[in-house]
Design a protein around this ligand. Structure first.
Ligand SMILES: Nc1ncnc2c1ncn2[C@@H]1O[C@H](COP(=O)(O)OP(=O)(O)O)[C@@H](O)[C@H]1O
Ligand SMILES: [Mg+2]
Length: 217
């Protein structure tokens, strides 16, 4: 079995079927791109893969364990330890500085956080932002903090929803470089959903979501 495996995922909102039997296998260290125009169901699928949301039918296995059969607490624990998520718009807490934001998942996991936060700040080249507050950061800086926070607990899975949508060409290019470096250094599998054609060549495997089905291209 693959590290992450989704089998026969169905999801409807009311009578509108968004996902109609999505299958996906992702191996450790793989980068997977999920493309498709706005409204096709990419975020819906990512939310199911990460256990934020449940499918109507189908299963999601992470390390052979079916997260759709876990209770809310168990799923939250899997998310905290095994999955880093970068959402489409910033979810940094504005009243906390950069250090405190990145420390959050470590504190939630009951881990020592000071050294880990410093090493993440160094890795992402944002040491000088340690005591800055999110509203004072640029889009690219905010995103680095988001990624640092997502990776704080060394998850094996990184999920990124439209990571380039708010970035200019140069920052979009930097982000791609950064994701490739993260995969090398942290052996993280990365799942990216995007409608941005600038990154259409990113990924070891590329899929298109269309009509509720995922096709490899
Ligand atoms: N919580 C929800 N309730 C009802 N409809 C939703 C909900 N979330 C998403 N949708 C609808 O499902 C479709 C797919 O949305 P989404 O997964 O966000 O697509 P994408 O990320 O590809 O743009 C859209 O038409 C959206 O309006
Ligand atoms: Mg979306």
């Amino acid at each position: 079995m693959s590290y992450l495996e989704a089998i026969g995922i169905h999801k409807a909102y009311g009578t509108r079927e968004i996902l109609k039997g999505v299958n996906l296998k992702v191996e450790e260290g793989e980068i997977v791109l999920i493309q498709g125009p706005s409204g096709v169901g990419k975020t819906t699928l990512l939310n199911i893969l990460s256990g934020i949301d449940l499918p109507d039918r189908g299963n999601v296995f992470i390390e052979k364990r079916d997260i759709t059969r876990m209770n809310e607490d168990e799923r939250a624990r899997v998310r905290l330890h095994k999955i880093g998520i970068i959402f489409q718009s910033s979810t940094l807490i504005e009243d906390l500085n950069v250090m405190e934001n990145i420390a959050l998942p470590l504190k939630l996991a009951g881990k020592r956080w000071k050294e880990r936060v410093d090493s993440l700040l160094r890795y992402f080249g944002i040491e000088k932002l340690k005591y800055a507050y999110p509203p004072s950061l640029s889009g690219g800086e905010k995103q680095r903090v988001e990624i640092a926070r997502a990776l704080a607990n060394s998850p094996r899975i990184l999920i990124a929803d439209e990571p380039t949508s708010n970035l200019d060409d140069e920052n979009a290019k930097n982000l791609v470089e950064l994701l490739l470096k993260i995969r090398e250094d942290m052996e993280t599998l990365i799942i990216i959903a995007t409608h941005d054609i600038r990154i259409r060549e990113l990924g070891d495997k590329k899929y298109t979501l269309e009509g509720g089905i995922l096709y490899e291209r």
